[in-house]
Design a protein around this ligand. Structure first.
Ligand code: PAF
Length: 298
C-alpha cells in the first residue's frame, strides 16, 4: 500500500475502476466493510484520511477527535487498500476556502438543525475529493444517512461521473452502531446508548409487520429512548431516504433517524426501510460476531 499526501500522487499509477472510501480515520469495522466493498468491486482502492475542520462547529470536538494514523495505515494495508491519501491541511485547503458547496434543503433538518454549517463542510470536502481524485465509485456508510443523501445529490447536481454507493451500518455485538466517537462513552453511557438501536430495531420490526404511520413509528422510538434515564433524546424522525423530507406515512424508501446524547457524546443511528410494492424490508445493519476493535468504553 502506498501512503501519499498530495492529490497529484494519489492520481498517479492507478488503473481500471477506481473506488474511493472517504474517511476521517480512527478506523473500525464500519470503515473496513467499506474498504472490503471497494476491494470486491474495484481495480484500484483509494482511501482518504482527513479530519476535515470545515465540518466541525466552533464548540465541537475537532481538537479531541480520535486519531491513530499508524494503526489506521496498518488496518488499511490489511484490508487490501492500494493507496492511502493523507493530505495535510495545506494540501486540502491551500487558501482559506471562499467556495462552499451547500445542498441547501437537504442540509437543514435533523443533524443540520443542531450542527449549522456541518453539511456544507462535508459537501465541500467530498466535492474536493471527487474533483481531485476522480474516482469512478465512492463508498459511504448508511449510518450517516443524511450525509449519504447529500453526497448523492451533490454528485448529481455537479455532474460528477461518480457512482455513490451506500453500505449497511455495522453494529457492535450489543447492537450499538459503530462510530469513532464511541470511544468517548463510559461503560454506563454505553449501556444507556443501547436503547437507541433497541428502539430503532423494534420500530423497524413493526414497520415490517405493516405499521406505516410515521408518527406511530416515531413515538415507538421516542418512548424507547425516554425510558432510558442516561439518554437525552434530540430527534426521532421518519424521513425519505432520497431527500430527507419528513414522511407522515411510509410509502417510499425511508429511514427512521435518531440523535441522542449520552453524557457529552452525541450519537446518531438509523434504520433504513426499503419499500417495494407496499412491502417493507428493514436493513438492521451488520452485527459483529465479536466485540469491535474499538473496545467497549472504560
Ligand atoms: O463520514 C465521514 O467520515 C466524513 O463526514 C467524510 C465523508 C469523510 C467527509 O469528511
Amino acid at each position: 500500500m502506498k501512503i501519499v499526501t498530495t492529490f497529484e500522487e494519489a492520481r498517479r499509477g492507478r488503473g481500471g475502476l477506481v473506488g474511493l472510501v472517504p474517511t476521517m480515520g480512527f478506523f473500525h469495522e464500519g470503515h473496513l466493510s467499506l474498504m472490503e466493498a471497494a476491494r470486491d468491486r474495484c481495480d484500484t482502492v483509494l482511501v482518504s484520511l482527513f479530519v476535515n475542520p470545515l465540518q466541525f462547529g466552533p464548540t465541537e470536538d475537532l481538537a479531541r477527535y480520535p486519531r491513530d494514523p499508524e494503526r489506521d495505515a496498518a488496518l488499511a494495508a490489511e484490508a487490501g487498500v492500494d493507496v492511502l491519501f493523507v493530505p495535510s491541511l495545506e494540501e486540502m485547503y491551500p487558501h482559506p476556502p471562499l467556495t462552499r458547496v451547500d445542498v441547501a434543503t437537504l442540509a437543514a433538518p435533523l443533524e443540520g438543525a443542531s450542527r449549522p454549517g456541518h453539511f456544507a463542510g462535508v459537501a465541500t470536502v467530498v466535492t474536493k475529493l471527487f474533483a481531485g481524485l476522480r474516482p469512478d465509485v465512492a463508498f459511504f456508510g448508511r449510518k450517516d444517512a443524511q450525509q449519504l443523501a447529500i453526497v448523492r445529490h451533490m454528485a448529481a447536481d455537479l455532474s460528477f461521473p461518480v457512482e455513490v454507493v451506500g453500505r449497511p451500518i455495522v453494529r457492535d455485538v450489543d447492537g450499538l452502531a459503530l462510530s469513532s466517537r464511541n470511544v468517548y462513552l463510559s461503560a454506563a453511557e454505553r449501556v444507556a446508548a443501547l436503547a437507541i438501536s433497541r428502539s430503532l430495531l423494534a420500530a423497524a420490526r413493526a414497520a415490517e409487520d405493516g405499521e406505516t404511520d410515521g408518527s406511530t413509528l416515531e413515538t415507538m422510538v421516542r418512548d424507547g429512548l425516554s425510558a432510558e434515564q442516561g439518554l437525552v433524546p434530540d430527534y426521532a424522525r421518519l424521513v425519505s431516504a432520497a431527500d430527507v423530507r419528513p414522511l407522515d406515512r411510509l410509502g417510499e424508501d425511508a429511514f427512521l433517524a435518531v440523535a441522542a446524547r449520552a453524557g457529552t457524546t452525541r450519537l446518531i443511528d438509523n434504520v433504513h426501510l426499503f419499500v417495494t410494492d407496499g412491502r417493507v424490508e428493514a436493513d438492521p445493519g451488520i452485527r459483529l460476531a465479536r466485540p469491535s476493535l474499538l473496545g467497549k468504553g472504560d
